[in-house]
Design a protein around this ligand. Structure first.
Ligand SMILES: CC(C)(COP(=O)(O)OP(=O)(O)OC[C@H]1O[C@@H](n2cnc3c(N)ncnc32)[C@H](O)[C@@H]1OP(=O)(O)O)[C@@H](O)C(=O)NCCC(=O)NCCS
Length: 137
């Protein structure tokens, strides 16, 4: 997992702005909203990576480090950690991007597992070529 430096790891897969409707009674953004952003970011990455649909099978690890406030721009960075026969494990970091004048802050990090699925939602094999390309990089 990330060493919590101010350096995002992986590729930028999704950005969004926290809105008033995403908050709890304390004015902080719901953890569930952040998890859904991470799920979308991971799915975008894995669908590109596996060249087809995917489904979330597990959230293996999750840490909320600092709260998100309304108006914060969140950036989700994703990085493939492991490729199996049908599954792809992805590290997902959420950073508060602020503006260019301040260093970004790591808000949340997690490890999600996705399974490559076909049009009927049945699991499908990740191709050998994709696995070899991943191992080579
Ligand atoms: C995705 C789905 C088609 C997989 O079918 P399945 O028969 O359950 O699959 P398996 O048990 O063979 O597991 C498939 C892969 O996931 C991995 N996996 C299963 N459970 C896991 C877990 N808890 N953590 C990490 N990996 C897991 C398996 O190791 C396997 O990986 P591999 O093929 O790379 O070796 C099926 O589970 C499904 O439809 N789940 C619901 C998905 C969904 O709706 N997600 C959204 C939730 S809101």
């Amino acid at each position: 997992m990330t060493d919590r430096s101010n350096h995002p790891e992986g590729v930028l897969s999704l950005q969004n702005i926290a809105m008033p409707a995403d908050t709890n009674w304390s004015g902080d953004v719901f953890g569930g909203w952040i998890v859904s952003q991470m799920d979308l970011a991971g799915a975008i990455h894995v669908e590109r990576f596996s060249k087809g649909r995917c489904a979330t099978i597990a959230i293996n690890e999750m840490t909320f480090l600092v709260p998100v406030k309304v108006g914060n721009v969140i950036s989700c960075y994703t990085k493939v950690l492991k490729v199996g026969n049908t599954s792809v494990q992805v590290q997902i970091e959420v950073w508060n991007s602020h503006d260019d004048s301040r260093a970004p802050i790591l808000i949340t990090q997690g490890v999600f597992t996705f399974v490559a699925v076909d049009v009927n939602g049945n699991k499908r094999q990740i191709s050998e070529q994709i696995k070899q390309e991943f191992l080579a990089n």
